[in-house]
Design a binder for this molecule. Sequence first.
Ligand code: BJW
Length: 261
Amino acid sequence: MTNNIPTGPQAGCATTMALVRQWLAQAQGRHKGLAVLTGAGVSAESGVPTFRDDSTGYWARFRPEDMASEAGYRRDPQHVWRWYEYRRELVRNVQPNAGHLALAQWVQRHPAGMTLITQNVDGLHQKAGSPDVLCLHGELLKNRWLNHRCAQCDLAHPAAGEPPYCPACGNLVRPAVVWFGESLPQGIWAEAEQAAQNCTLMLVVGTSGAVYPAAGLAQIARQAGARVVVINPRPTELDAMAHALLHGPSAELLPQLLCED
Ligand code: BJW
């Protein structure tokens, strides 16, 4: 680590970018030295709405407890299913942006140099070419059963409906995402926690830092001695614990930070 490390967060200027690039250069020499935690903002410039942005986020129009909880799904499965079908159609038709691509290109140049951890369910990191993405909150385009499956429950052949269901037992299909109150996939969480503990630099990109346990990864990294850098056009709940803040859209800042010329 360099000696001239500032103690408080530094807001997005050329010198902060230069400093973060130094930390990146140090991280890239180490196995999994870089950990990146992304949120909905990284896909905003691809045309995917975020959740908590004032007028454009999903939660400005829908109540999270209705649309992103098991209880909400059981109350009105058709309404929630239709919302997920709408979002599935949207993400099938959008493309990764320059931020997703910069991350994918960096890892191609530095195999085993980065752990990419995302809260996003849209699959755009994978579409950009990033391998081994740790999807903390599941995957929008996949399904699973709402209740324990019977011997006839077959995700490949459910009965048509909104939502589709098992013709034998009536079990409903649901999106394979993580709703509030549900545990994160255990193995993926364990890998993400380990990456936070072992990295020397964590970039926290395009997330409000409001949702746990994902947001807690930044604290884990910091406590383990890593530099933490928040990349976001607006203030986040993680700014106070970051070593540096880069203010701006990720589709501009990630290419600036990660390109090597
Ligand atoms: C840009 C940009 C641009 C815009 N460039 N940036 C500890 C403390 C308090 C509460 C809890 C706690 N531990 C657990 C909880 C409860 C709960 C929680 O966190 N609640 C808080 C909201 C208070 N957590 C859970 O329930 C989690 N499970 C859990 O803890 O299990 C254990 C347990 C079990 C049983 C009982 C109790 C505990 C599960 C959380 C699941 C979250 N699910 C969702 C929906 C996924 C499915 C779907 O997509 O439909 O995940 S909610 C939603 O929020 C989604 C996101 O992944 C997640 C995070 O949002 P994100 O990505 O940060 O988006 P936004 O909109 O918040 O922010 C966007 C950012 O982008 C903004 O900052 C913009 O400025 C920025 N931006 N343009 C860069 N161009």
